[in-house]
Ligand binder design. Structure first.
Ligand SMILES: Cc1cc2nc3c(=O)[nH]c(=O)nc-3n(C[C@H](O)[C@H](O)[C@H](O)COP(=O)(O)O)c2cc1C
Ligand code: SF4
Length: 479
């Protein structure tokens, strides 16, 4: 099949500074619970996305210096040259099928408790640090020498990224996590020198770092700046109106504006509270303030919504974190005209739970996520079947449906027994709860795939007993 011409716009190349993305599918930075502990697993996972057709693929946040680390959370580290081979592995995997490889550089400032390095955290202003783990630690205000050092650490990190083979650097200033937001927001910047006070002064640090990094690597690498569209604390922080002022004042400061939202819980809002494209109003009109590309997020899984975002001039790139986890082959499926095969993210945020528990992330829709390396699992390719021919799956809950789908895909004749009068088990009931209709995608996707695979015999309304089923060639019957 070929792609629907309505989606052609999603496949137009676009430059980001000195490099060009082959299409508009932009996997924004996302953690995976693997980070520096499981770099091979993280690299393989990104490599699968490269196969899946993404134009841009980013790492998760990567600590640039030991004076700001976020233990016990497990992200990436690029503290010195010894870390280069680990991240080079990721860059190589990302680029295998033509994606641009991006890395997100993070100096966590007021969010870095330094539980491992025991360094005193450095931030624009001296204040208690803000972490998920509520650590009783106080940050020291950066003095002028510290600021010079920090600028140099960013340049060193950028050079290491170039050596590792990356094409893009994202400077992290969103979700309350990155030092750039800490300087930009009056909530965290109470300085009275040239780095504090009015917006122009608060923006001085980011201007300096972008200029430093551009001078060091800007001829070969694109520089993106990730900001939150609104800090979500009204005028006490970096609100949407001030974000717009900042972008208007610094039209083409980076090579691309990467616009996230609020704190992490705002940005990755679950489907129960946030619809697809939920950030539309906050991002609408920003493109007109700048001459460089804009990427935005919003749990985009519908190619129609994606195309509309670009055609309407709202975004240039479609940013996806969770949709790229749920279906690493999303771009390829749109390109191949296989829309109905897209495994849509359901917005359950189980992927985040894995990261927050410092364990490997899991995905409700994509069981292969983060097992691509250790177990060799692939989201689209199944092992061939073994010696037996027939499989009986008892129960059509999420696990039963996936088992039936996987076995049918592998070539078994599958009988699926379900006592209820609909498929989906718990999901068939949960999907009717307020705000949870997207969870029905777990059943819908698999039901459609099973119908498409001729090797499945589904028996609804059949309460199975030891004696009540039999296989008859490729058919099963129940009583
Ligand atoms: C598991 C997970 C980890 C994330 N880690 C990061 C991160 O390291 N850096 C970052 O800027 N954003 C991170 N995010 C936020 C995403 O980049 C994105 O902005 C957000 O999830 C909204 O996009 P989506 O609706 O496409 O998921 C993460 C999101 C998820 C789901
Ligand atoms: S389906 Fe759930 S676990 Fe998977 S990416 Fe979406 S929100 Fe995360």
């Amino acid at each position: 099949m070929t792609r629907d011409s309505r989606y052609d716009i999603l496949f137009e190349p676009l430059a980001i500074g000195p490099v060009t993305a082959k299409n508009r599918f932009y996997q924004v930075p996302h953690c995976n619970g693997g980070g520096y502990r499981d770099p091979s697993a993280a690299a393989e996972m990104r490599g699968i996305k490269s196969q899946g057709g993404w134009g841009v693929i980013f790492t998760e946040q990567c600590e640039i210096h030991h004076t700001s680390e976020i233990a016990p959370f497990i992200e990436l580290r690029l503290w010195d040259d010894a870390d280069i081979p680990m991240i080079a592995k990721m860059a190589n995997k990302m680029k295998e099928h033509g994606a641009l490889a991006g890395i997100q550089l993070a100096y966590s400032g007021i969010n870095g408790p330094n539980l491992y390095s025991k360094e005193i955290p450095l931030a624009p202003s001296a204040m208690p640090i803000r972490t998920f783990t509520n650590d009783p630690v106080q940050a020291r205000a950066l003095d002028k020498q510290d600021i010079k050092d920090l600028r140099r650490w960013f340049v060193n990190a950028a050079k290491r990224c170039r050596a590792a083979g990356f094409d893009l650097i994202c400077l992290y200033g969103a979700h309350g996590f990155g030092i750039f937001q800490h300087f930009l927001s009056t909530a965290t910047n109470q300085r009275t020198d040239e780095y504090g006070g009015n917006l122009k002064n608060r923006a001085r640090f980011v201007r300096e770092v972008v200029a430093d990094v551009r001078e060091a690597v800007g001829d070969q690498m694109g520089i993106t700046l990730r900001l939150s569209l609104d800090e979500m604390i009204g005028d006490l922080g970096f609100a949407n109106s001030e974000v717009r002022d900042f972008i208007e004042m610094h039209k083409d400061l980076p090579d691309l504006w990467d616009l996230a939202h609020g704190a992490w819980e705002d940005c990755s809002g679950p489907s129960r509270f946030k619809e697809e494209a939920a950030q539309f109003e906050l991002v609408d009109g920003i493109k007109a303030l700048t001459s460089i590309p804009v990427v935005g997020v919003g749990r985009f899984t519908s190619p129609d919504v994606m195309a509309k975002m670009i055609k309407s001039g709202t975004l240039d790139f479609i940013g996806c974190a969770r949709p790229s986890i749920a279906d690493p082959f999303l771009p390829k499926k749109i390109e191949d005209g296989r829309i109905e095969d897209i495994r849509e993210c359901i917005g359950c945020n189980i992927c985040i739970t894995g990261d927050m528990t410092m364990s490997i992330s899991r995905c409700t829709q994509n069981p292969t996520f983060m097992e691509e390396w250790r177990k060799g699992w692939h989201p689209e390719i199944m092992n061939p079947k073994g010696a037996s021919d027939k499989v009986l799956v008892v129960g059509s809950g999420p696990a039963g449906l996936e088992a039936a789908r996987a076995c049918a895909e592998r070539g078994y004749d599958v009988a699926l027994a379900e006592a209820d009068n609909m498929l989906g088990g718990r999901v068939s009931r949960e999907r009717h709860l307020p705000g949870l209709s997207a969870w029905g995608r777990v059943a819908d996707y698999r039901e459609y795939q099973l119908l498409d695979l001729s090797r499945i015999n589904s028996a609804s309304c059949s309460r199975l007993t030891r004696f009540s089923f039999k296989f008859d060639g490729r058919h099963s019957s129940y009583c």
